[in-house]
Structure formats: C-alpha cells, structure tokens
Design a protein around this ligand. Structure first.
Ligand code: C5J
Length: 222
C-alpha cells in the first residue's frame, strides 16, 4: 500500500502496521481543562478530532490494530520524576475534570469522540514518549508491527518524542499532519518539517485522506 507523503511516497504493509493515537485526553483537549487553564487555545488541538475520527472508522473497518496512549501518573505520583513535577506543578492538583494528569480521573481519559474500542490497547505512559516505561514495545512485537501511522497531540512534544523513540527502535513512521496538533502553530509546522527533513530523518508526513483512500482501494487489504 502506498500513500503520497513527504519526502517520498510512504509504502506500508497493512498486516504489519498499527495506528497510534497519542494522548487525545480530556485534560489536553476539553475547553475548561488543564491545557486551556495554562492559557492555551484548545481549538488548535480540537481540529484533529474530525479527521482522526474518520481515519479510525476506516482503519477499524479494515480490521487493523489501533493503540491509544495516555500521559499521566499514579495517584501518589510515585512515577512522576521530581524534575517533571517541578516544571509542571499542576500535575496532581485538582482541576475542573479531576486531579490533573492522574490515572483514573475523568480528565485523564480519552475524549468521547475517540473512545477506544473494547479490543484496542490503551498504553499509560508517565513520560512524553510512548516507549519509555510502558509495554508498547511488547504490544508491537506481539502484533509483528513494523510501521506506525502516528496521530494525536501534541505535535512537538508527545508525538515528536514518540516518533523519535520509534525511529531509534527501527519502526517506519508516517505522521498525519491533519491528525496531529499543537497549541503553537509554529511548533506544529516546524515539528512536521523536522520529521520529513533530510530525506525523512524521522519518517514521513502525509494527510489522513490519502491513507483512507489507500484503505478503500480494492485488493489492498488481504
Ligand atoms: C504535553 C503531550 N504537551 N501529550 N503532552 O505535555 O504532548
């Protein structure tokens, strides 16, 4: 299967590819939530919801694996490095949607529009990267995944960190520009350019309609 992408067309075998949906959590995306309380414009992230929802429908329809991630910590914060807490003192404090970035709280969970299906893995991560201190590598090994379609928020933080981690572990990554978002449009733009620069130093960048079109091409899914 091939999709138009930068810097070159991206080729993948659906039988060894997973869709990664990073941190589409209420704390980051809901008006009134943690992200907005920091002065951020959540509409910059919320524009990803409709394209990601359409992609999920097509990806699930093709019977392909989806893995969701959530950034957050244990209620006692024992998995939160003191340095992270020093620079993010709101973590664990009471917010509009429960304790901020704490597992089990309403705000920590994934937005209703993109709720994981019962058979889909949800990886809880204490860091920005989805590989650090998680079971993600094991899940991908079991599924024999070689390529990742990467979506979610935010482009320059958790998406970028995860793509860099994946790249070092030998995965081919396609990042979908319309399905990733940042509170800062210039960081989003630069983040995408960095991925595809220098012949695809971290991977490829495309838009979700080209993946949906490829999935709909007769004979492409076996
Ligand atoms: C941030 C994330 N931005 N999911 N988290 O702190 O990108």
């Amino acid at each position: 299967m091939e999709v138009l992408a930068k810097p070159t067309p991206f080729t993948f075998d659906p039988s060894t590819t997973a869709l990664l949906v990073i941190d589409m959590q209420r704390d980051f995306l809901l008006p009134g939530g943690f992200g907005e309380s920091l002065g951020n414009d959540v509409s910059q992230l919320r524009r990803t919801i409709a394209p990601l929802s359409a992609l999920l429908t097509a990806w699930r329809g093709a019977g392909l694996p989806v893995i969701h991630t959530r950034e957050g910590h244990l209620p006692d914060l024992s998995d939160c490095p003191p340095a992270k807490l020093r620079r993010g003192p709101d973590i664990g404090q009471q917010g509009q949607f429960g304790r901020i970035l704490i597992r089990g709280e309403y705000g920590h969970d994934i937005i209703d529009e993109l709720a994981p299906a019962p058979d889909e893995a949800v990886v809880d991560k204490p860091g920005k990267g989805a590989f650090y201190a998680t079971e993600l590598s094991d899940i991908l090994d079991k599924l024999r995944v070689e390529s990742l379609i990467v979506t979610g928020v935010t482009t320059e933080v958790c998406v970028h960190t995860t793509v860099r981690e994946a790249n070092d572990r030998g995965y081919e990554c396609l990042v979908l520009a319309d399905c990733v978002g940042s509170y800062f449009p210039s960081f989003h733009q630069a983040g995408l350019e960095m991925i595809a620069a220098q012949g695809g130093i971290f991977g490829w960048v495309a838009d979700s309609p080209s993946v949906i079109a490829a999935l709909a091409t007769p004979g492409e899914i076996k």
